[in-house]
Design a protein around this ligand. Structure first.
Ligand code: FES
Ligand SMILES: [Fe+2]
Length: 422
């Protein structure tokens, strides 16, 4: 249980708040690169800042203040030039560093004016990696964007899925260090949703938590398992400060503001053995459904949607003054303590946990991964069909993407073609 001030301290993300400043020390995935191929500007809100993301005609990415410093027009309606983004109101042109390159009428009327040199629009760094655009909103110098090993894997089909949730990001991230919920939120609830009354799934007998360089690890033993199981020997990674690594995907929880979160999922599926080499022409993205429009209820049929029900159910900002933590919540306590400690670390001018600045270290960073060999090396085609319920083969699991609701048919087709099922 936390007091009111600490709960507020941990959940407020605007610039100038302690957590807002801490979270600004990290890179955040904010959009798919494919989105800017369709339309070169995109308004985004991240960490309480209204911004516009763009890709100019030379291929440079920029992330600027949403509003023009001239008289405030919305730059999401601006148009991109060879270099930079031009306001659609009076044509001021800005480049990715935030410099104003042109003030068209002023440049004619007062050619010697020094006004242009004094104009700067707020600008953040944005880089493309693994089909995503990553933003850094913190103080210079920018740290390195983590080069996770997954981003270098060949022969895989990657898809990016977004979901926007009406709640604070931290309650989503706390789920990354919450082993026991698997039993109840996924296994048992799914069984009950199917109309069965039992049996309930194997119970958790033991959980353990520890920190490592890039986050935290939790381990579990359930009935019927022992300490030789990878769920115990390898464990699951809670990625610092904003994600989780499950077997075949990352999920990052990106604060839009204090009461909204963008969940960004990056799924990698290795093509079956024998289908190499496979090269994906374009990484598709889609937006998951969260609410069932016909009933107004949250969708509960897909694994990650089940998590969303839990997060949203905790309220806009989970009231941690009323909680009663039990033994399964040791990791949550550890996470909060690390955040609070890191607020002191940045106040003393040092880097917080998992900020990477050493380029030699930042090469293909290998994270602990349960089932590594199969995820990386692939399995036989028939085995893959059995394991991945995304198959249309009759009788194999649910005829749908199992993690999130709303996968477009076109993405499903691309996926099945990649797997050799069509
Ligand atoms: S408001 Fe943008 S150029 Fe005038
Ligand atoms: Fe979950």
């Amino acid at each position: 249980m936390l007091d009111k001030e600490t709960n507020q301290l941990l959940t407020a993300v605007d610039q100038g708040t302690p957590m807002g400043e801490l979270l600004r020390r990290y890179w955040w995935p904010v959009a798919a690169t494919a989105e800017l191929e369709e339309r070169p500007t995109k308004p985004i809100r991240v960490l309480g800042e209204d911004l516009v993301l763009y890709k100019d005609l030379c291929g440079n990415y920029g992330l600027l203040d949403r509003h023009c410093p001239h008289r405030g027009a919305d730059l999401a309606y601006g148009y991109v030039e060879d270099c930079g983004l031009r306001c659609n109101y009076h044509g001021w042109l800005f480049e990715q560093s935030g410099r104003c390159l042109e003030q068209p009428y002023q440049d004619i009327a007062l050619p010697h004016s020094r006004m242009k040199a004094s104009i700067r629009i707020k600008a953040h760094t944005v880089v493309a990696r693994a089909g995503l655009l990553w933003a850094y909103l913190g103080p210079a110098p920018d740290p390195l964007l983590p080069d996770w090993e997954q981003f270098t894997w060949p022969n895989g089909f990657v898809q990016i899925v977004f979901a926007t949730l009406p709640c604070n990001w931290l309650q989503c991230q706390e789920n990354s260090i919450d082993p026991v919920h698997f039993e109840w939120t996924h296994d048992n609830w799914s069984m009950r949703l199917r109309g069965a009354q039992g049996p309930y799934s194997p119970r958790h007998l033991k959980v353990a938590f520890e920190e490592f360089e890039y986050g935290m690890i939790y381990r579990r033993i359930r009935e019927g398992q022992d300490e030789s199981n990878q769920l115990w020997t390898v464990g699951r990674v809670c990625l610092w400060p904003n994600g989780i690594l499950a077997s075949n995907h990352f999920q990052w929880r990106v604060p839009i503001d204090d009461v909204n979160t963008l969940c960004v999922h990056w799924f990698y599926t290795r093509v079956p053995k024998g289908r190499e080499p496979y090269r994906q022409a374009r990484i598709p993205y889609w937006v998951a459904e969260v609410t069932d429009a016909s009933t107004g209820r949250l969708i509960d049929s897909h694994v990650t949607n089940q998590d969303f029900v839990a997060f949203i159910g905790q309220g806009e900002i989970a009231d941690r003054t009323r909680e009663n933590l039990d033994q399964g919540d040791e990791g949550i306590v550890m996470m909060r303590k690390r955040f609070l400690d890191d607020l002191k670390v940045i106040a003393s001018g040092r880097d917080p946990k998992a900020v990477i600045r050493d380029a030699d270290k930042n090469r293909c960073i290998r994270l602990p991964l349960i089932g590594r060999e199969e995820v990386v090396e692939g399995v036989d085609p028939e085995e893959l069909k059995r394991r991945i319920p995304g198959s249309t083969v009759a009788g194999v699991g649910m005829d749908d993407f199992p993690w999130l609701a709303g996968q477009p048919a076109a993405v499903k087709v691309e996926f099945e073609q990649a797997m050799g099922w069509r």
